[in-house]
Design a protein around this ligand. Structure first.
Ligand code: ADP
Ligand code: MG
Length: 317
């Protein structure tokens, strides 16, 4: 599929991308993307992280050719989407947020149809191999309506891969997906990445982006508010909260722990926030024990997306 373009430095390059959805009836116009510029290096696993309504799907759908941009430029695999609409789209496989699967076809038929749609010659189609890779080979002749939600999701991934694109884009692929499927999906995505596919995924879970992505762009209200290698982004969030359920309820923070960032929660739990680079948990636990507190249970809480936004807006970058 990519024989027409030699491997570019960036899988995706967008410059000042804007999208204004026109007003419809009583719904006012919506400035969904306010000038996004982004370069996604070839070979990366890139995360587009942001809350619902941030503009993630709009961005993906413009690349996929499902939404018309208002202004700006976009290149996929070095190809401008206006100048080379067909070729540029052949370089990406997109797994949409919504599951759309025609109930009257079997998985193998769907993949063959899709391959035909992309103009993949019969001799080069790998429908069965792809089904096998996503663990649906035993369902190849089942009706799609008989598949579970998780299986349909995997079929969507398979559909996006029929033309062997160098870039795979997944829009919130784990929304409404159980833990087991999430794991197997990620294992497969990592395999694809190891074989050279550039991966772009959107999510509103920091944890998910953190676990998978080597770089993360944070998008909020149609703007990129941060774009950094994952470790650098996480370094901004260099703290955790240790929450201890004491064996005997506490009324106040013991004298010896007052120097720490410690509070008593309404539940009676003791919460201590600490910098992970400065303080070890074992050291904290010793202090807690020295204060005469019996530990009934404990958990650590890590910062989430809300906290990222707070840290981005409260500290100069
Ligand atoms: P995300 O995927 O990050 O949740 P979206 O790109 O779906 O965000 O939406 C961004 C904003 O654009 C939201 O306010 C949403 O309501 C609006 N929007 C999305 N699609 C349309 C559309 N087809 N028409 C009008 N507004 C839309
Ligand atoms: Mg979305």
């Amino acid at each position: 599929m990519t024989d027409t373009a030699s491997a570019p430095e960036y899988a995706i390059e967008v410059e000042n991308l804007q999208k204004i959805y026109a007003a419809q009836g009583k719904v006012p116009e919506k400035h969904a993307l306010k000038g996004i510029s982004l370069k996604i290096p070839r070979g990366s696993i890139f995360g587009l992280l942001g809350p619902n309504g941030a503009g993630k799907s709009t961005f993906i759908n413009i690349l996929a050719g499902l939404v018309n941009k208002t202004s700006g430029t976009a290149r996929i695999w070095g190809l401008d989407i206006d100048e080379h609409p067909r070729q540029s789209r052949a370089a990406i496989g997109v797994v949409n947020q919504e599951i759309v699967a025609d109930p009257f076809f079997t998985p193998i038929e769907m993949l063959d149809l899709m391959a035909g749609f992309y103009g993949v010659p019969k001799s080069e189609r790998q429908s069965f191999e792809i089904l096998k890779a996503v663990g649906l080979d035993d369902k190849k002749d089942a009706y799609v309506r008989q598949l579970s939600g998780g299986m349909k999701r995997r079929l969507m991934v398979a559909k996006a891969l029929v033309h062997n694109p160098p870039v795979l884009i997944l829009d919130e692929p784990t929304a409404g997906v159980d833990v087991e499927l999430r794991r197997s999906l990620w294992t497969y995505v990592r395999e694809l990445h190891a074989r050279g596919t550039t991966i772009i995924l959107t999510t509103h879970y920091l944890e998910e982006a953190e676990e998978l992505c080597d770089s993360i762009a944070i998008v909020n209200h149609g703007e990129i508010v941060a774009c950094e290698p994952t470790p650098k982004l996480l370094a901004r969030l260099d703290y955790k909260t240790l929450v201890i359920s004491p064996k005997q309820p506490l009324e106040s923070v013991p004298e010896t722990l007052r120097a720490l960032d410690a509070t008593i929660r309404r539940s009676g739990d003791l919460a201590i926030t600490f910098r992970t680079s400065e303080t070890g948990i074992s050291r904290l636990l010793e202090q807690v024990k020295d204060a005469g507190i019996g530990i009934g249970d404990l958990v650590t809480e890590t910062p989430d997306l809300e906290d990222v936004f707070l840290s981005l807006t409260s500290e100069p970058a």
